[in-house]
Design a binder for this molecule. Structure first.
Ligand code: IMP
Length: 211
């Protein structure tokens, strides 16, 4: 097993994601550089799974920068839509990255599929994190959180599809939670909550030697 890197590149250009990953990494005390700060190109996500895309992004950043890199490929999987938008969650927001539009597109697709009752509105968020080294070595970690889709959107915190996702066992959508609550770090919460925090926890606990 390799020791956790002292300095790494966060291989994402998504500001919301980078903010959450920085937050998660902070307690580990490692130096963080974002792909945007290094002006790294965004590789094309040509994979068919979260794992493949996470690996593409982390390897591209590690090889271009010469530092270990951590990526996150994530998305919303709606059961009534056979797992869509899934790995194409960002694309449903169009070239303007308009998530009000993306949330409406998902809701319209669910209505068209007849998914109107609460029992038909289950979904999960998935995050796969990949840690890659410049020599091509990679490690993958997957986190998931189950929940239901709500409409209309609730809350203005977070990013992406947060306002329409109500995690199981909770009364507030991710869009109504501040970051600590979404990670599962709030007082009284002793489990990682979000898909991203769960993938991260797995990485810290099982993946990578001495942290
Ligand atoms: P990608 O991993 O960069 O291909 O994009 C993932 C997309 O999934 C993001 O642009 C968001 O739309 C969505 N997504 C992933 N994680 C979250 C989250 O924690 N909250 C809300 N939306 C998310």
């Amino acid at each position: 097993m390799r020791p956790f890197p002292e300095k790494l590149v966060v291989a994402s250009h998504n500001a919301g994601k980078v903010r959450e990953i920085r937050d998660l990494l902070e307690p580990l005390g490692c130096g963080i550089i974002s792909a945007a700060e290094l002006d790294l190109p965004e590789p094309e996500e040509t994979g068919a799974t979260f794992e493949e895309n996470a690996r593409i992004k982390a390897l591209a950043a590690a090889m271009a920068s010469g530092f270990p890199a951590l990526s996150d490929d994530s998305g919303l999987c709606v059961d009534a839509l056979d797992g869509k938008p899934g790995i194409h969650s960002a694309r449903w927001a169009g070239p303007e990255k308009d998530f009000a539009l993306a949330m409406r597109n998902v809701e319209e697709a669910m209505q068209a599929a007849g998914a109107t009752g609460e029992a038909d509105r289950s979904a999960c968020f998935v995050a796969v994190m990949c840690l890659a080294w410049p020599d091509g070595h990679t490690e993958l970690f997957r986190g998931e959180i189950e929940g239901v889709m709500v409409w209309p959107p609730r809350g203005t915190k977070g990013f992406g599809y947060d306002p329409v996702f109500l995690p199981e066992g909770h009364e507030r959508t991710f869009g109504e939670m501040d970051t600590a609550e979404k990670h599962g770090w709030q007082r009284g919460q002793d489990e990682a909550l979000s898909h991203r925090a769960r993938a991260f926890k797995l990485m810290v606990e099982t993946g990578i030697g001495d942290v």
